[in-house]
Design a protein around this ligand. Structure first.
Ligand code: CA
Length: 234
């Protein structure tokens, strides 16, 4: 079955060129001109990859990408026209997989799409490897975490909190440290939000390995991950 690419781009000339070239490469292509329609499309019918314009009429591509990352790990390639935007894509952890600067060659875009899909298929194959001694595997490239051989279905914040704990197993991290590590604007959140996300992560871990509960609460201090060795796959 053909892999489906979703293009979210308001300039029809650019979208037409992409629809054409990706179609000739054997992809099924869907095009939305608005961020709102793109969000709905990803929710209703998850694509294999999203090509996302930064400048959309109803919302910025950055905002849309953040929203997508709360529920989806779909690879995203940004389309951008300006140097300042590249700095944001590269400098901030928005969750993009690649970017292409306008004007661009549709053939080059098709090559990038294929490269990223190859990469994400390779990541999926890792899940079939036999379980190792450590129950966690952190896939930083694709921003997901494997627990006892099962990919966790984490929200973006849950992923960021758990990966922060995984990078420093046996260390107590305070709520403030966890917030600083994960929030774009730490001032906007409260300790209770960390507790809520930890609760969500625990529930998901417990579904896979009931009663194991590797996250320890240190009253008045914070949280730690009690694992001998957390596997980090880069
Ligand atoms: Ca645009």
């Amino acid at each position: 079955m053909a892999e489906r690419i979703l293009i979210i781009e308001d300039e029809s000339a650019i979208a037409d060129a992409l629809v054409y070239v990706l179609g000739t490469e054997g992809f099924e292509v869907q095009w939305c001109g608005l961020a709102g329609d793109g969000l709905k499309a990803v929710q209703e019918h998850p694509p294999a990859l999203v090509i996302l314009d930064v400048g959309l009429p109803d919302q910025s591509g950055f905002e849309l990408c953040r929203q997508l990352r709360t529920f989806s790990d779909v690879p995203v390639i940004f389309l951008t026209a300006r140097k300042e935007e590249i700095d944001r894509i590269v400098g901030l952890e928005i969750g993009a997989d690649d970017y292409v600067v306008k004007p661009f060659s549709p053939r080059e875009m098709a090559a990038r799409v294929k490269a990223i899909l190859r990469r994400s298929r390779a990541t999926v194959l890792l899940t079939t490897e036999p379980a190792t001694a450590t129950p966690f595997q952190l896939d930083e490239q694709r921003k997901r975490i494997c627990y006892h051989g099962v990919w966790l279905d984490l929200t973006r914040y849950e992923y960021l909190i758990l990966s922060t704990l995984l990078r420093r197993p046996q260390h107590v991290l305070s709520r403030a440290q966890l917030m600083d590590a994960v929030w774009d604007d730490p001032g906007a959140s409260f300790d209770r939000a960390v507790d809520t996300h930890i609760k969500g992560i625990r529930a998901k871990l417990n579904r896979i390995a009931p009663g194991e509960d590797p996250i320890r609460t240190h009253r008045g201090l914070g949280y730690s991950l009690e694992m001998q060795a957390a596997g980090v796959r880069r």
